[in-house]
Design a protein around this ligand. Structure first.
Ligand code: PLP
Length: 321
């Protein structure tokens, strides 16, 4: 099949949701991808921050291959060893003590928002409001969309989820002024990614932490873009030496396989008990995505290895360098 064949078939049968580049990619390796006509490209796009180990990293490929031959899916009605291994790794390398695994970033955000609401209902005196920021991006499902501070994504989808309000990003005074008696949580990306790369002033994350303590709020960091070493530390919050109460992960966590994770502390996780939090879902216990993430999270790929991996990932193939 050529590029032209692929375009024609996709145009004939897919719902036209995306304005795509005129390229049909057929395979990838490291920083390179090849189109259906066999032409090679250097991939600076990395699947929107997903392929941070490059395409087809051998450890990830081998882990998925092995898992596919053993067990692919059991649902979350059963235990598997792999989900505990991944949760343990995430806890060992972050502030978290508890992890909920799901399938995407937007699901991790929905879980974070539900946990904040549940916490507000159980322990927060009935408070429910989540403050997010202008310019943010948190995903496309209704809760995440409502917290996304970009009008272009809202058009045609009103009414959005009530109880979500936006405040300016990187403005501690404005955030403090926005806190209302019903506010339970503040949710921010440590660095905004989707509306341009917006790095807040030094001290912003720390200031939000202090504000959250002072006003008894939960602090949610969306590290779906920034997590897994993309800012030079495993998680961006480490740059300011502060921890959130809740963190959403996805994208680079899976090494190319769809996965999301909600990370939190024992204290906050206590608000989710069986049957009250995320409903049992058929796809949530998928062993292959957990295996891929675990292989991607192996000790050689965690914090200590990030500078080395950074250098490796940015070594251009000899033909291009
Ligand atoms: C900061 C941030 N949060 C959430 C999401 C949503 O993640 P997903 O596309 O996996 O649903 C994205 C995706 O681009 C993102 O950049």
């Amino acid at each position: 099949m050529t590029n032209a064949d692929v375009f024609a078939r996709n145009a004939a049968h897919e719902i036209g949701l995306y304005s795509r580049q005129p390229l049909a990619l057929a395979r990838g390796s490291g920083c390179s991808v090849w189109d259906a006509d066999g032409k090679r490209y250097l991939d600076f796009f990395a699947g929107v921050a997903v392929n941070s180990l490059g395409h087809c990293h051998p450890a990830v490929v081998e882990a998925i291959r092995r898992q596919a031959g053993e067990l692919l899916h059991v649902s979350n009605h059963y235990h598997t060893a792999i989900e505990g291994e991944l949760a343990e790794l995430l806890c060992r390398h972050s502030f978290a003590e508890r992890v909920f695994l799901c399938n995407s970033g937007t699901e991790a955000i929905e879980a974070a928002m539900k946990l904040a609401r549940r916490w507000g209902a159980e322990m927060g005196g009935g408070r429910y409001e989540i403050l997010a920021t202008h310019g943010s991006f948190h995903g496309r499902t209704f809760g995440a969309l409502s917290a996304t501070g970009q009008e272009k994504y809202h058009r045609g989808y009103f009414p959005l989820l009530p109880g979500v309000r936006l405040a300016p990003f990187d403005d501690l005074d404005a955030m403090e002024a926005a806190v209302a008696p019903e506010t339970i949580a503040i949710m921010v990306e440590p660095i905004q990614g989707e509306g341009g790369v917006v790095v807040p002033k030094p001290g912003y994350l720390r200031g939000l932490r202090t504000l959250a303590e002072r006003r008894d709020l939960l602090l949610i960091f969306d590290e779906i873009q920034t997590g897994m070493g993309r800012t030079g530390r495993l998680f961006a919050y480490e740059h300011e030496d502060v921890a959130p109460d809740i963190m959403a992960l996805a994208k680079a966590l899976g090494g190319g396989v769809p996965i999301g994770a909600l990370c939190t502390t024992d204290r906050i996780a206590a608000a989710f008990t069986p049957g009250t939090g995320m409903t049992p879902r058929a796809k949530t216990g998928n062993a292959s995505s957990r295996t891929s993430a675990r292989s991607r999270m192996t000790p050689s790929m965690t914090n200590a290895a990030i500078p080395r991996r950074w250098a490796t990932a940015h070594t251009l193939p000899p033909a291009i360098a």
